[in-house]
Design a protein around this ligand. Structure first.
Ligand SMILES: Nc1ncnc2c1ncn2[C@@H]1O[C@H](COP(=O)(O)OP(=O)(O)OP(=O)(O)O)[C@@H](O)[C@H]1O
Length: 376
């Protein structure tokens, strides 16, 4: 049953972009509470029974029911890129379909911008899907007999918008995703990467509250895939949309996610920012899964700093924010004569780092040892 873990291969992590701050005061764009999906004939009857305490394998052996999603709760902040990551069969696709009620939850609630999707009738749900949520799929889902511009405008047409405004909006989206000049092409005249740009433009055209991506780049070549990841980061900076991104690829998750939810066997193993996942893995599974990530590309100074030895330690050197990624801090720290101060968002000194603190991360990385595992 054990699956081989995907090992780290890509070395050019781009975690240098600004992370969306989590505003505690703002209400969630998406709020999921106690969500379950059990596949099988009597799934509803199992809710509240001890059978749901069983492992996926035990329950399947006992009654033939399969737990797709197990008691999942999380909140996505407005403007956040929230990545759901897990290996094949961990429940990612089921989760994203539950969130839009493309499949019915066995238990739990989903609030989208405060609206309870789980309490809605079909008509209301359709309206939400037309106006509030857009999906980008792995296999594009484009209409083959429609030109690029008409594919992008399709959702607006379904909503009943007039031709003039919908053409205008579609053209804006064409320009936004870099497809100017291809408006009159048909999907099969475009490369996979360009088709996925059409998918992105179509999803953005309706100005949804939340954009959902279900493994959108899995079918693309690695180089195109990397371009598309950069494109998502760029678009996110431009339009600032709330995004929920499903992937089985840790590299992709770390590049894109403000926070990452790691799933296994339908349940949450850990939710955290990339540096939290790497700096404080919740268990051996996550530790093993992330073992080959280049730590200096993900960990921030917060994870490597130490208490100042005295009040004026590092006073002469420029201060660095505690959110600076180690790799980017390295030059400044190594160039300084002594320790460098680390400050939080309010400018308060929260620690110091020196050459050794930086090199420890880099050397551990090169030797493949794990910080905190007792290796020296
Ligand atoms: N309609 C269904 N009936 C029975 N079991 C299902 C059904 N859909 C999914 N499952 C099971 O639920 C579990 C989670 O599947 P899901 O497709 O959500 O995983 P995933 O992480 O998206 O995997 P992949 O990346 O391979 O799509 C799996 O054990 C799967 O076999």
């Amino acid at each position: 049953m054990a699956q081989p873990l995907r090992r780290w291969t890509v070395t050019d992590l781009a975690v240098d972009r600004a992370r969306t701050p989590q505003s505690e005061a703002s209400s969630s764009a998406l709020s999921v509470r106690g969500l379950w999906k059990v596949f099988g004939p009597n799934a509803e009857k199992l809710v509240g029974t001890p059978d749901l305490e069983l492992s996926r394998q035990e329950l399947q052996a006992k009654s033939g029911h399969v737990i797709g999603v197990r008691d999942v709760s999380f909140d996505v902040a407005p403007g956040e890129v929230f990545v759901v990551m897990g290996l094949s069969g961990s429940g990612k696709s089921t989760l994203v379909r539950l969130v839009t009620r493309l499949i019915e939850p066995t238990a739990g609630t989903v609030l989208l911008g405060g609206d309870d999707l789980t309490a809605m009738g079909e008509e209301q749900l359709r309206e939400i899907r037309r106006r509030k949520v857009s999906m980008v799929f792995q296999h594009f889902g484009l209409l083959p007999h429609r030109k690029v511009i008409d594919n992008i405008a399709f959702g607006l047409e379904v909503r009943g918008e007039d031709k003039g405004p919908r053409r205008h909006r579609a053209q804006e989206m064409v320009d936004l995703v870099g497809l100017s000049g291809y408006e009159q092409n048909y999907p099969d005249q475009l490369s996979g990467g360009m088709q996925q740009r059409v998918g992105l433009a179509r999803a953005l055209a309706g100005d949804p509250a939340v954009l959902m991506f279900d493994e959108p780049f899995s079918a693309l070549d690695p180089l195109i895939r990397r371009d598309m990841q950069k494109e998502v980061i760029r678009l996110h900076h431009e339009v600032g949309k709330t995004m929920v991104f499903i992937t089985h690829d840790l590299d992709e998750a770390l590049k894109l996610g403000d926070r990452i939810l790691i799933m296994r066997d339908g349940a949450i193993v850990q939710v955290g920012a990339p540096d939290e996942i790497i700096g404080a893995p919740a268990d051996e599974y996550v530790r093993d899964f992330t073992a080959e990530v280049p730590k200096s590309h993900v960990l921030t100074l917060k994870w490597v700093m130490r208490e100042p030895g005295s009040a004026d330690e590092g006073a002469g050197a420029p201060a660095l924010p505690d959110t600076t990624v180690v790799r980017e801090a390295a030059r400044a720290v190594l160039a300084a004569d002594g320790p460098v101060r680390v400050v939080d968002s309010s400018g308060t000194v929260v620690g110091v780092v020196d050459d050794e603190d930086i090199l420890r991360v880099v050397v551990v990385e090169q030797h493949g040892d794990r910080p905190g595992s007792g290796a020296s």
